[in-house]
Design a protein around this ligand. Structure first.
Ligand SMILES: [Zn+2]
Length: 409
């Protein structure tokens, strides 16, 4: 039995008959306790989307039918979107193991920059650090000046939270009087936010802090953490990841697509939990020495389209616009003569006057085309400046279905 099949069999054996949503979706696939899913048959089970949870929780008890009946969780959280979530013990264990693999040790004094109230992050990190034998400095996400004072006084050696918060803390430490001893900060788990990569690099070069990204959701906890090789986020071995085509829900032929996660837990066993995140999964040994698959999060589903077999995401357009010095860009996809047609429109950053702007855009057309190929791995069929685009507009308009309906393909 493969690791994936063993994980699925155990999850269903432990929870079939106790979790309403799980039972209903297994039944829809003709599966259940006597016939648990395997990696091969799992695709028949309808996914449960994170975006369904708010509606389910309004109409069904037991956290929308996802938790075992009559569960008594040790804590309940209140997450964005008005969701209640039970504390998940297995998530504490998984995070403790991921922190250990990332280099956190029992001797560390770790500043916990996540909030302890409402959302699960603060308590999850706190308990995982205790499990590891580390000492927690509960700083939370605010009061940066006091927190920097605390880090210096308590000699913090590591940090968990967001990269931008750690950056603010380091600047506040720089402002302390020179006679104050600096904390020996060497390691941070600091994800996942826009511009995170740039901030993590800066924290590494400027302060010598090895800064690792991570991925997780409120329902499943942290499931993947980066490594020294900076080659994606290593997935926890007890979490099963699948990638599906966002448009059809079928398994992706390419190693990228919407991320579905399955993992066991007493409080919230998840089977094919559709995260709404678009990811790439890389198999094979990593130069850090580990063999677990590595996850790269590309963005949110709904901001992407598959074009000529390649996934194009709005985050790539944003990176392209930044690199090409554009204020705005819009990609429109249509079908022409049986192939995907890409139209790229853009607006250059404001120059001295409108005429200078047009001249600029013309002169830079080749550089813009090159930047588009570099960042989007695609060649536009048509490109040109468009002064009517709104400032900072980054749009991916997929008109291929409309064209097909009108018989224009
Ligand atoms: Zn690695």
């Amino acid at each position: 039995m493969s690791d994936a099949d063993a994980l699925l069999a155990r999850l269903v054996e432990r929870h079939a008959g106790r979790v309403a949503d799980l039972d209903a979706r297994l039944a829809a696939a003709g599966l259940g306790a006597t016939c648990p899913p395997t990696w091969q048959t799992l695709e028949a089970v309808p996914p449960r989307a994170k975006s369904d949870l708010a509606e389910l929780q309004r109409t069904r008890p037991d956290f929308g039918g996802l938790a075992p009946r009559s569960l008594r969780p040790s804590a309940v959280f209140w997450s964005p979107g008005g969701l209640t979530e039970p504390q998940v013990g297995a998530a504490v264990q998984r995070l403790a193991e991921l922190l250990h693999d990332a280099g956190f040790t029992a001797g560390d004094r770790v500043a916990n920059g996540f909030s302890y109230h409402f959302t699960p992050g603060g308590l999850l990190v706190h308990e995982a650090l205790l499990q590891l034998g580390a000492t927690v400095l509960p700083i939370g996400p605010q009061q940066t000046a006091q927190a920097a004072d605390f880090l210096a006084a308590a000699q913090a050696s590591a940090y968990v939270g967001t990269a931008s918060h750690l950056q603010a803390l380091m600047r506040a430490l720089d402002a302390l009087p020179p006679e104050r001893a600096r904390p020996p900060l060497r390691l941070a788990l600091a994800g996942t936010e826009p511009l995170g990569d740039a901030i993590r690099r800066e924290l590494g070069t400027q302060y010598g802090i090895r800064c690792l990204d991570f991925y997780g959701t409120a329902e499943i906890g942290v499931v993947a953490v980066g490594c020294a090789a900076d080659a994606g986020l290593h997935l926890h071995p007890q979490v099963l990841a699948e990638l599906v085509e966002p448009a059809t829900g079928t398994r992706s032929a390419q190693p990228e697509g919407e991320l579905l996660l399955s993992a066991d837990a007493d409080e919230l066993p998840l089977l094919r939990f559709a995260t709404g995140d678009l990811a790439r999964l890389e198999e094979g040994a990593c130069s850090c020495g580990r063999h677990t698959p590595r996850l790269r999060i590309l963005g949110r589903v709904g901001e992407s389209a598959r074009v000529r077999g390649m996934l194009l995401h709005a985050s790539q357009l944003r990176a392209f616009a930044r690199a090409a010095g554009l204020a705005a860009c819009r990609v429109t996809l249509t079908r022409r003569e049986g192939r995907d047609h890409i139209e790229l429109r853009y607006r250059a950053k404001a120059a001295a006057g409108a005429s200078a702007q047009v001249a600029n855009a013309r002169a830079d057309a080749e550089a813009i085309a090159q930047a588009f190929r570099d960042h989007c791995r695609l060649r536009a069929d048509v490109q040109g400046a468009d002064a009517t685009l709104a400032e900072a507009e980054i749009a991916l308009a997929d008109r291929r279905t409309e064209a097909a309906l009108e018989g224009r393909t």
